[in-house]
Design a protein around this ligand. Structure first.
Ligand code: IMP
Ligand code: MG
Length: 185
């Protein structure tokens, strides 16, 4: 197993930098299983709809989804707050809305990582205006410095304030396919 990657010149200004393993594949798997177990227990007798935030959450969502032991549906929403960079643009654009009807449904928003919190705040206020029965949030990662006024219902790991890649998380759209999570050194 490769523990360290050196970025090629394909990544321009990041070229030559090393990626440092932060959360190994096995640890992610274990935590995803625990989260799915908890969510399955909490929603026993209900059929929640996972709403994955594209693109970053698609790998986490597909693993979490397959570990669920109750009926679960899935849909996606696409939001952009990053313009291929490692800093939030401070604005949120809705690129693709959900296509399912969430009226009187139990919605679980699935996010890969919460950084500034802009994306999650935008979605919370948007979904609160819907007629969903309940809206909860699950995020695989949250950064230490993140400040949001409401709790995240299900959280995988709290990480330091570093830019991370792998397991769905990208650097200029690349590196999503890495099986572990790495920080840029
Ligand atoms: P926020 O709106 O600042 O909370 O940022 C949320 C979105 O930015 C996430 O859904 C990610 O797609 C992206 N993002 C934030 N931090 C990172 C990171 O460290 N690596 C990769 N993507 C990130
Ligand atoms: Mg994202």
């Amino acid at each position: 197993m490769k523990n360290e990657f050196i970025l090629s010149n394909e990544y321009e200004k990041y070229s030559g930098q090393k990626l440092e393993m932060l959360i190994p594949e096995a640890e992610i798997k274990k935590r995803v299983r625990e989260l799915a177990k908890q969510i399955s227990e909490d929603y026993r007798g209900k059929v929640p709809i996972f709403i994955g935030i594209l693109n970053g959450s698609f790998i986490f969502l597909s693993d979490l989804f397959r570990e669920m032991s109750i009926d679960t549906e899935v849909d996606f929403i696409k939001i952009s707050s990053y313009a291929d960079e490692t800093k939030s643009s401070g604005t949120v654009r809705l690129l693709k809305d959900i296509s399912c009807d969430i009226t009187e449904r139990d919605v679980i928003v699935v996010e890969d990582i919460i950084d500034s919190g802009i994306t999650i705040k935008f979605l919370k206020s948007r979904l609160q205006q819907s007629d969903a029965s309940s809206v909860k949030f699950v995020s695989l990662l949250i950064k230490e410095s993140t400040k949001i006024e409401f709790p995240i219902d299900y959280l995988g790991f709290k990480i330091s304030d570093r830019y991370v890649v792998g397991y769905g998380l990208d650097l200029a759209q690349k590196l999503r396919n890495l099986k572990s999570i790495y920080a840029i050194k």
